[in-house]
Design a protein around this ligand. Structure first.
Ligand SMILES: Cc1cc2nc3c(=O)[nH]c(=O)nc-3n(C[C@H](O)[C@H](O)[C@H](O)COP(=O)(O)OP(=O)(O)OC[C@H]3O[C@@H](n4cnc5c(N)ncnc54)[C@H](O)[C@@H]3O)c2cc1C
Length: 369
């Protein structure tokens, strides 16, 4: 089987690895460079309990995604030769006032009901986990088995493992449309007018996925949600866990950098860093760990989260064109969902039943919208 994957972000790269391992001739077509969009801009949290806003379908998907990391990360490291810094320090989720405490206590309840690991901490107990946290902390959740990675290295790891398994990554190739005959995809039309043939097409083009012509009947619509990020220089291990609050988050890297984010903005396809964005992130960071105020600023950037109308990913076969699979719309959680997405899309491609029910994530849900 020959498969074309449109988009070389973390999602396309993960899928390429899984397909290549199955013996599929996988070709990733990336219009610019591999892994330079949302997958580069992210913080790298593998944090189902910090991401989901309530129990149910999406939370269950996120929990399965974290388990998928635990099951496959060693194999990815071995097959790629790249260490993506999968980190075991967990997340400390702080409440800085009574309203935030009430919200987090509610979360602890539905986390527990769903079988997730969560510990409720007094301020003194939270300070034992991380002494640098604000004296204004009134309560905290310890999410000990939530993780983090260096998302740039993780994207690189998927791509390197895919290439070693035989996948072909082509940069500077923009796909304009799906080519189909009798309702079945036969290939793609690229920017220079050439047609590349394939048995299977996977759409993993992030916030640009809906621009591809030929899939209009699926009514999949993406919009970009800008997230800004600020990066400080610090000594390694200055803070050990990632720190979360309603005001933002802090994610340490192994080399000492601390990433602080983020904003959620409707700004079209504009990746500017703004003064208002920096102000919001800086206030959030200082509220969580006041001691960061003296750290030198290293850089700031922004990226575009791929969001669907209902903010859920689109995973599975196209309802309108046979031989096309959607794998997009991962919004705030594409790093977390990357391992599982590769797994389940390979299942669909190979005609196996995926370990999780993909029906709620089908593009069919947009049919009447
Ligand atoms: C500030 C920020 C922080 C985040 N933090 C986290 C986090 O901590 N944890 C988490 O799980 N998620 C996080 N996310 C979300 C995560 O980054 C995204 O969900 C994920 O990167 C989406 O991956 P993707 O491969 O679908 O998209 P992208 O990385 O955007 O890749 C899509 C690729 O498709 C290419 N492309 C587009 N159109 C075409 C075409 N026509 N032909 C060929 N190629 C094309 C693009 O050039 C691009 O390289 C964050 C996002 C942002 C912006």
């Amino acid at each position: 089987m020959k498969a074309i994957i449109i988009g070389g972000g973390i999602i396309g790269s993960s899928i390429a690895w899984r397909l290549a391992r199955e013996g599929v001739a996988a070709i990733v077509l990336e219009r610019a460079r591999i892994g330079q969009e949302a997958s580069w801009a992210a913080a790298g949290m593998i944090a189902p309990q910090a991401e989901a806003q309530g129990s149910g379908l999406f939370f269950d998907l996120c929990l399965a995604a974290r388990r998928s990391f635990d099951a496959s990360i060693d194999r990815l490291i071995a097959e790629s030769g790249v260490d993506p810094e999968y980190d075991p320090h967990g997340i400390l989720y702080l409440a800085l006032d009574a309203a935030e405490q009430a919200e987090l206590q509610g979360r602890a309840r539905w986390h527990r009901e769903a079988g997730a690991l969560v510990e409720e901490l007094t301020p003194a107990a939270a300070r034992k986990v991380e002494p640098a946290i604000s004296p204004d902390t009134v309560y905290a959740l310890h999410l000990a088995d939530n993780r983090r990675v260096d998302n740039r290295k993780l994207t690189h790891a998927y791509a390197a493992a895919a290439i070693k398994a035989g996948a072909d990554f082509r940069e500077g190739v923009r796909v304009d449309s799906i080519v189909a005959a009798n309702g079945r995809a036969t290939g793609v039309l690229i920017h220079d007018g050439a047609i590349l043939e394939a048995d299977l097409i996977v759409v993993a083009a992030g916030a640009w996925s809906h621009e591809l012509r030929g899939l209009e009947a699926d009514r999949v619509k993406l919009h970009p949600v800008r997230g800004q990020m600020v990066c400080f220089e610090a000594r390694p291990q200055l803070i050990a866990p990632a720190i979360f609050s309603m005001r933002g988050y802090l994610v340490p890297r192994r080399d000492g950098r601390i990433l602080s984010g983020s904003t959620m903005e409707e700004a079209g396809y504009n990746k500017s860093v703004t003064l208002a964005g920096l102000d919001k992130i800086a206030r959030g960071a200082l509220a969580m760990v006041p001691g960061l105020g003296e750290l030198p600023l290293r850089e700031a950037w922004a990226g575009l989260r791929p969001a669907t109308r209902d903010l859920l990913p689109v995973l599975g076969a196209s309802p309108s064109v046979a031989g096309v699979i959607w794998a997009t719309g991962h919004f705030r959680s594409g790093i977390l969902l990357s391992m599982l997405t590769g797994e389940v899309i390979a299942d669909v491609a190979m005609g196996r039943r995926p370990a999780i029910d993909l029906a709620p994530f089908s593009a069919a849900r947009f049919a009447n919208q």
